[in-house]
Write a protein that binds this ligand. Structure first.
Ligand SMILES: [Cu+2]
Length: 476
């Protein structure tokens, strides 16, 4: 008889075949029942109920794969298969992933654990799994053609090795990678230290997610797989803002965030209101002498970065990739910059032909966040997120670290918007504005240019017209 346990996790119910001494001989001989998950919510940490204890991680908009213990070996079952992933509310993708979701579940083990992973291929083509960053026997490294035969559709392969090095790792196919990673096949792997480690601190909250990217045309469901640079969906764990959950912590919690990058470009990840140190990379824990405070760290392609900080400032702190194109969704790339360009005449002409014609970007692109444009079905709005003060004008790789003094230990529920103490929010100046004082010597001091055009170039600037404000009287 299988010892099964149901646990209610957020809105989703996971049916798990968990380890127990009661698992019968028949069940032992069979594969562990695959555990599936389809809810896009952040699942609570999976408390280990067998093996060496550890402080489990929380996978952002994801979950951790349960295992069964079989004669001292931790057995996992990964199923590579097509999945439907909700990338944001109202926007779904036809992706490939593992066990019902992309990315696949996080695998969590302890240094020294002997691990057996069954991988069943339910994809229409062969695959393999590479355990990115691990020390393991060469034949378990998962490079199809080089270290193993590829796993044909319908077949199951077994990987077995010991988790030798504590740290943060990833897994992904090493077979038709361009397709399979563009479709979302990847996951994270955490190996906790088996005893107190001089370079690995205990933390109160331990988050993990993958940086990944897709190229999905507005209105389409399936990513384009030939894309190398022009991705339009920049996601964390195959979710885009405002579909990414906040990272909720209690004031003065020590917080660790682990990120792996399986996109085709680097991501400078930036936190507001706090400084962090990078305490780990792909190669393991960072020596103490090599740690310095930062507010942005670049995560290059194929890299893992682990950051730590004490969340001692209350608030809703933005946490995002600092490439501004990566905090946008489904953006066209061929839009000229029209800021300050007077196109009233041309718009009149176009509206004779296309009555609904709308000019993008005359006043910057911020209007796009609030504008209710007709979009094709299944399209992530370019930038959205309704904040307490209006549109947040962000998409893609953006979330918040929400720090609250009354958050309970182990409680990850969204506490709502931060209630700012009186007098601590930026406010509008309503007094008079003096004209800016400009230096008489401004300009004219640079090195003389060669080949100057005979005639000065005339540039017209349009300033926004302010009704009765002080700016309308400014002269230039
Ligand atoms: Cu980025």
């Amino acid at each position: 008889m299988n010892n099964r346990r149901n646990f209610l996790a957020g809105a989703g119910v996971i049916t798990a075949a968990v380890s127990a001494a009661a698992v019968s001989r028949v069940a032992m001989a069979a594969l562990p029942e695959p555990v599936l998950q389809s809810k896009p919510d952040t699942m609570p940490p999976l408390e280990p109920n067998t093996g060496r204890p550890y402080n489990p991680v929380v996978t952002l908009n994801g979950w951790t794969l349960p295992w069964r213990m079989n004669n001292g070996i931790k057995e996992f079952h990964l199923v590579a298969e097509p999945v439907v992933r909700e990338l944001a509310p109202g926007f779904k993708g036809h992706l490939w992933g593992y066990n019902g979701q992309s990315p696949g579940p996080t695998i969590e083990v302890v240094e020294g654990d002997r691990v057996r992973i069954f991988v069943t291929n339910k994809l229409p083509e062969h695959t393999s799994v590479h355990w990115h960053g691990q020390r393991l026997p060469n034949g378990m490294d998962g490079v199809s053609g080089l270290t193993q035969k590829s796993i044909q559709p319908g077949k199951t392969f077994v990987y077995e090795f010991a988790a030798r090095r504590p740290g943060t790792f990833m897994y992904h196919p090493h077979a038709d990678e361009m397709t399979q990673m563009a479709m979302g096949m990847m996951g994270m792997w955490i190996t906790h230290p088996k005893t107190k480690h001089p370079l690995i601190d205990e933390v109160d909250r331990d988050f993990v997610f993958l940086l990944n990217a897709y190229d999905i045309d507005p209105g389409a469901y399936t990513p384009k797989i030939m894309t190398m640079l022009d991705f339009n969906i920049w996601s964390w764990n195959s979710r885009v803002f405002p579909g990414i959950d906040p990272l909720v912590v209690r004031k003065n919690d020590k917080v660790r965030i682990r990120m792996g990058n399986l996109t085709m470009t680097n991501h400078p990840i930036h936190i507001h209101g706090h400084e962090f140190t990078v305490t780990g990379t792909d190669g393991g824990a960072t020596p103490k002498a090599g740690r310095w405070p930062e507010v942005t760290t670049d995560v290059a392609v194929g890299q893992m970065r682990q950051i730590e900080f004490v969340a001692d400032e209350e608030g809703d702190w933005a946490f995002h990739c600092h490439k501004s194109h990566h905090t946008m969704n489904a953006m066209g790339h061929d839009v000229p910059t029209l800021i300050g360009v007077d196109h009233r005449e041309i718009v009149k002409k176009i509206t004779n032909v296309i009555p609904d014609y709308m000019v993008m970007g005359e006043r910057g692109m911020a209007d796009m966040g609030e504008m209710d444009m007709p979009l094709p079905d299944n399209t992530a709005r370019m930038m959205t997120g309704e904040g307490p003060f209006g549109s947040v004008e962000m998409g893609g790789m953006f979330s918040m670290v929400k720090v609250r003094k009354d958050q309970k230990a182990g409680d990850y529920k969204d506490p709502g918007w931060y209630k700012h103490p009186l007098g601590t929010v930026a406010y509008e100046w309503t007094g008079a504005l003096p004209n800016p004082a400009r230096f008489a010597s401004e300009g004219g001091q640079s090195m003389k240019a060669q080949n100057m055009p005979a005639k000065e170039v005339e540039v017209q600037i349009r300033k926004p017209v302010m009704g009765s404000g002080a700016m309308s009287g400014m002269k230039h």
